[in-house]
Design a protein around this ligand. Structure first.
Ligand code: COA
Length: 191
């Protein structure tokens, strides 16, 4: 039972870690709410946080039907919030591209969400016949992609910021056909 003196002792502590669900499902967005929350997260990251765009980062690639992947926090296996997203689309001739990778700020470095979104994005494209998978990676994220078996192709500038054109080594990304179900990842501290 909670006692009256438990509350102030707990509230006064600044070392109590913020609550995070243990389980996250990384999957293809299949429901309207997942797509809406993914777009809202992209706006929060690429417009408000990074100021790469003014009002919206949505573009022709979305219009043309790019696939959206999401990382969804789960409570007792029930979907709760979209806390990460990435999109993928085919450029043609077996070449696919990933873009708009974003993890909610308070969920970064918590559950390998960025890494797992990259993993599913490339594996999905591989299953759909990709022979190459590319991305234009913000310079500060190059090390992350290199650790995930991507190689740098060329340095470029996009929207006034340094980026690296990079390519995934498909040998490390076996085709995944169960992308609607996706897979689970857990909080690092729970692993
Ligand atoms: C980039 C981003 C998606 C990574 O998401 P994340 O969930 O924090 O990534 P992960 O937890 O999978 O990271 C895996 C590892 O890479 C590290 N890492 C994360 N971001 C990194 C970065 N920018 N540079 C180097 N390492 C990084 C993590 O610390 C972790 O390392 P560790 O296992 O040694 O602790 C997230 O930081 C983000 O949304 N950033 C803002 C938007 C953005 O930059 N999008 C990418 C455009 S290319």
């Amino acid at each position: 039972m909670m006692t009256a003196d438990w509350i102030p002792a707990c509230a006064a502590s600044e070392t109590v870690a913020a609550y995070r669900p243990v389980e996250y499902r990384v999957k293809l967005a299949t429901d309207g709410w997942e797509l809406r929350e993914a777009l809202a997260l992209r706006r929060a990251v690429f417009c408000a946080e990074q100021r790469l765009f003014n009002f919206t980062d949505a573009d022709d690639i979305d219009e043309a039907g790019a696939l959206t992947l999401v990382a969804v926090s789960c409570i007792h296996s029930m979907a709760e919030d979209v806390v990460g997203t990435v999109r993928v689309h085919a450029l043609g001739n077996g070449v696919w591209q990933g873009s708009r990778l974003a993890v909610r700020r308070d969920y970064r470095g918590q559950a390998w969400l960025g890494s797992e979104l990259i993993h599913l994005a490339v594996s999905l494209a591989h299953a759909r016949g990709a022979t190459r998978f590319l991305a234009q990676v913000q310079q500060q994220n190059v090390a992350l992609f290199e650790r995930l078996h991507w190689r740098a192709i060329e340095a470029i500038e996009l929207r006034g910021r340094p980026h690296m054109r990079m390519e995934a080594d498909l040998a490390h990304y076996p085709p995944c056909t169960t992308f609607e179900l996706g897979f689970l990842t857990t909080l690092r501290s729970a692993a």
